[in-house]
Design a protein around this ligand. Structure first.
Ligand SMILES: NC(=O)c1ccc[n+]([C@@H]2O[C@H](COP(=O)([O-])OP(=O)(O)OC[C@H]3O[C@@H](n4cnc5c(N)ncnc54)[C@H](O)[C@@H]3O)[C@@H](O)[C@H]2O)c1
Length: 317
């Protein structure tokens, strides 16, 4: 029987992943955990426990006591929050991820899924059509901890046979749970301001292009990777994925087709420094070849769908 542990399950990705996993495996097969209590009960009524991944004993106990077979490790401090508190980012992203990897390996977990990020890239990485294996010398604490998670995953796979898998997510656009403090959050913020007919002050420059993806494709991809035969995977966490790339000016232009009076002004801050060291476009061909990555939503479809759903969420439909 499958029993899946999700760490950091109350975040932008976890709060939506839990619904898909509960539908597929049944709610009694999922254990949601996070360092904080949920603000509202999850719609699937899945069991929830507090778990701080920086505590190695707690990680091991929860895996052992609940008969966990598979783990989605989503607990993380994202890029912008990591620059505000690098010590905490190291504790959660490095120590916490080590605790999860080590517990998964020694307790015989079937599959451990850990999302990585375009934050592993840095100023020396090429900016366009970036392949999976390239220069990964980031300058943020977030990036440093995520490169170390990639390397640790390869180490535990090669040394101990741990089946650990992941994708390098680009910026993820979604409407259900607000993004926490990443560098690509502006994209989601813009929709909320537009739908409320508020002017938006963008913290990136109008021409800063980044790879992005809509949440349904982000979740579908993670599940597809989860299902892939181990023998088809050539990388552990180093699979680049993205659906399209755009800059704030292009997103503004597309949203304005739906909200005619929308206005944006630009006041770049420290997040511009982070974003300008990340790639503009990614080569996703290895993910397509090895486990069938194929996103469905185009840029235009994502924008239309977001407008409809943000209006619904805000009761403005
Ligand atoms: N959202 C994106 O755009 C994006 C892009 C690239 C990669 N990723 C990766 O995807 C994964 C999930 O990201 P997300 O967007 O859902 O993040 P998020 O910040 O929305 O959620 C992370 C969750 O981790 C929890 N957490 C923090 N410290 C913890 C601790 N000590 N123990 C347990 N839980 C703790 C938080 O409470 C939060 O609910 C991360 O590994 C992130 O690096 C996300």
């Amino acid at each position: 029987m499958v029993k899946i542990l999700i760490t950091g399950s109350l975040g932008q990705i976890g709060s939506e992943l839990v619904t898909i996993l509960a539908k597929r495996f049944g709610k009694s097969s999922i254990l949601m955990t996070d360092v904080k209590e949920p603000a509202v009960k999850n719609s699937e009524d899945v069991e929830f426990s507090i778990l701080d991944v920086t505590n190695a004993d707690s990680v091991r106990s929860i895996v052992r006591e609940n008969g966990i077979t598979d783990i989605f490790h989503l607990a993380s401090i994202l890029s912008a929050a990591g620059e505000k508190n690098p010590q905490k980012a190291f504790a959660v992203n490095s120590t916490g991820t080590f605790n999860v990897i080590d517990a998964a390996s020694s307790l015989g977990i079937n599959r451990l899924i850990i999302p990585s990020t375009i934050g592993v890239f840095g100023p020396e990485t090429p900016r366009d059509n970036v392949p999976d294996i390239t220069i990964t010398r980031p300058t943020t604490m977030y990036g440093i901890t995520k490169v170390s998670a990639e390397l640790l995953s390869s180490y535990y796979h090669d040394r101990f046979g741990l089946d650990v898998r992941g994708v390098r997510y680009p910026g993820i656009i979604s409407y259900l749970t607000p993004p926490s403090a990443g560098t690509t959050d502006y994209a989601v913020d813009m929709f909320y301001h537009a739908v409320k007919h508020q002017e938006y002050t963008c913290y990136l420059s109008p021409e800063t292009t980044l790879p992005m993806m809509y949440m349904p494709d982000a979740l579908k991809s993670l599940l597809r990777l989860f299902d892939a035969p181990a023998s088809s995977l050539k990388h552990r966490l180093e699979y680049n994925i993205s659906s399209f790339s755009f800059n704030p000016q292009e997103l503004y232009g597309e949203i304005k087709r739906h909200v005619l009076d929308f206005r944006v002004r630009y006041e770049p801050d420290f997040r511009e420094e982070i974003a300008k060291n990340w790639p503009r476009t990614l080569d996703t061909s290895e993910a397509a070849k090895d486990w069938g990555f194929s996103p469905e939503y185009s840029f235009k479809e994502t924008v239309s769908d977001m407008i409809v759903n943000v209006r619904k969420i805000l009761d403005l439909a």
